[in-house]
Design a protein around this ligand. Structure first.
Ligand code: SF4
Length: 365
C-alpha cells in the first residue's frame, strides 16, 4: 500500500484542519475515503456479486470471525444453500454441520429462523428497507445497514467495531464505544454526512480502513491512511488512548470432566438443553468439576470399565472459560442416560459438535 498524498501535505493542512468540528471532519472524510477504497478494496468472494442474500450471509459469518477464516465457509455455504428458500428448508443438523468451526452457533440458527420468516412473509426476499431488515431475528443496526447499503444502495450507515474506532480517532472522541448510546449517536452523525449515491463504497471503505489501516491491536498505520490529515488522534498523538473502551468483567472459570464413552464401536453424544450456552447442540457427556475415575464410574452407574486419561483442554467463551479434563471410557454395556450412540463416521458427516470439544472430537476422527 503506498503512502497517500494527503498525508504528504499534512504540514500545510494541519493548522486549518485542527479548527474543524466533528461534523466537518466527518464530512471531509468522504472524498479521500472513496478514492482510497476504489484503489485498495480487497477482493473478497462476497464483494464480486453483492446480492442481498450473499451480503447477509457474509456479514453474519464475519461477526466474531476473521475474513480469512470466513472465505472457505462462505464458498461452501453458498454452494450448499444458494438462496433463502434452500436455507429455510435445510435440516438444522445439516446447517450446523456447514457452520461447524465458525462458532457462535446461535448465528446459524437465527439465519434459518430468518429465512423461514422471509419465505412466509416477504416472498423469500430480504426487504429493501433498513427498518424492515432491523426487525428480523439476528439482524441488528450494523447488519441491516450493511445489507441495505451494499446490496440495495440505501444511504444508511453500517457501524461496527472498525467504524467506531476510525470515527472516534478521526473526531478525537473519548466516549466509550461499547455504549449503545455512543454507537447510536455515531450512526446519526454518519447518516447526516454520507453520500447518497455511494453508500456502499462509503460504508465498506470505512470498515476496510478499520480492518487493515486503523487496526485495533498495535499501532494504526497512519502513514498509509487517507484520513491522516483530518484525524485528531493522529495529529495529537492520541492513537494509544482512543478509542475508549470500558474494561470487560473477568470471565468465570468452570471445571469440567469430559467423557468419551465407547461401547461396541460407538461413542456417546447427547443434545444440550435448548436454552443457554451452546443451546441444542450435541456434546460429549460431561460433568461439572474435575472428577476422579472412581467418581465417574459411580456417576455412570457402572462398576467396571477400561479408563484412559485424555489431554486436558481449555475453551474460552465471551463470559466463561471451560477448563476440561477428559477420559476415554470403554464400557461392556451401555449405561442409562439420554445418549445417542454414533460411529466416528456419523460424527464426521452428520453431527456437529461445537469447537469447545475439538480436542476430544479430533481423538474420535
Ligand atoms: Fe487513519 Fe491513523 Fe487516524 Fe486511524 S488513527 S484514522 S490510521 S490517521
Amino acid at each position: 500500500m503506498k503512502n497517500h498524498s494527503l498525508y504528504d501535505q499534512l504540514q500545510v493542512l494541519d493548522p486549518q484542519e485542527k479548527e474543524l468540528g466533528a461534523r466537518e471532519r466527518l464530512k471531509a472524510m468522504e472524498r479521500p475515503l472513496l478514492s482510497w477504497y476504489r484503489e485498495h478494496a480487497r477482493a473478497l468472494p462476497w464483494r464480486d456479486k453483492p446480492e442481498p442474500y450473499r451480503v447477509w450471509i457474509s456479514e453474519i459469518m464475519l461477526q466474531q470471525t476473521r475474513v480469512e477464516a470466513v472465505k472457505p465457509y462462505f464458498e461452501r455455504f453458498m454452494e450448499a444453500l444458494p438462496g433463502i428458500k434452500e436455507l429455510a428448508a435445510v435440516p438444522e443438523d445439516r446447517l450446523l454441520k456447514l457452520w461447524e468451526g465458525l462458532g457462535y452457533y446461535s448465528r446459524a440458527k437465527n439465519l434459518k429462523k430468518t429465512a423461514e420468516l422471509l419465505v412466509e412473509q416477504y416472498g423469500g426476499e430480504l426487504p429493501a428497507s433498513y427498518e424492515e431488515l432491523k426487525k428480523l431475528p439476528g439482524i441488528g443496526s450494523y447488519t441491516a445497514g450493511a445489507v441495505a447499503s451494499i446490496a440495495y444502495g440505501i444511504p444508511v450507515p453500517a457501524v461496527d467495531g472498525n467504524v467506531l474506532r476510525v470515527v472516534s480517532r478521526v473526531t478525537g472522541s473519548r466516549e466509550d464505544i461499547l455504549k449503545q448510546a455512543v454507537k447510536r449517536r455515531m450512526e446519526e452523525e454518519l447518516k447526516a454526512v454520507m453520500p447518497e449515491q455511494e453508500a456502499s463504497s462509503y460504508n465498506q471503505g470505512l470498515i476496510e480502513i478499520g480492518a487493515i489501516v486503523c487496526v485495533p491491536n498495535g499501532s494504526p498505520l497512519c502513514s498509509q491512511c487517507p484520513l491522516a490529515s483530518i484525524c485528531i488522534a493522529r495529529i495529537k498523538g492520541l492513537t494509544g488512548e482512543i478509542p475508549v473502551k470500558t474494561p470487560k468483567k473477568a470471565r468465570r472459570a468452570e471445571e469440567k470432566t469430559v467423557m468419551l464413552l465407547w461401547q461396541a464401536g460407538r461413542v456417546a453424544i447427547r443434545k444440550r438443553a435448548d436454552t443457554g450456552l451452546l443451546a441444542s447442540l450435541y456434546e460429549f457427556p460431561n460433568v461439572e468439576g474435575h472428577l476422579e475415575e472412581k467418581a465417574l464410574l459411580a456417576r455412570l452407574g457402572v462398576k467396571e470399565a477400561k479408563i484412559t486419561p485424555l489431554p486436558a483442554a481449555k475453551h474460552v467463551f465471551s463470559h466463561v472459560e471451560w477448563h476440561m479434563i477428559g477420559f476415554r471410557i470403554e464400557l461392556g454395556e451401555r449405561p442409562g442416560g439420554d445418549f445417542l450412540w454414533v460411529t466416528a463416521e456419523d460424527l464426521e458427516n452428520t453431527y456437529s459438535l461445537p469447537g469447545a470439544f475439538k480436542t476430544y472430537t479430533k481423538l474420535i476422527r
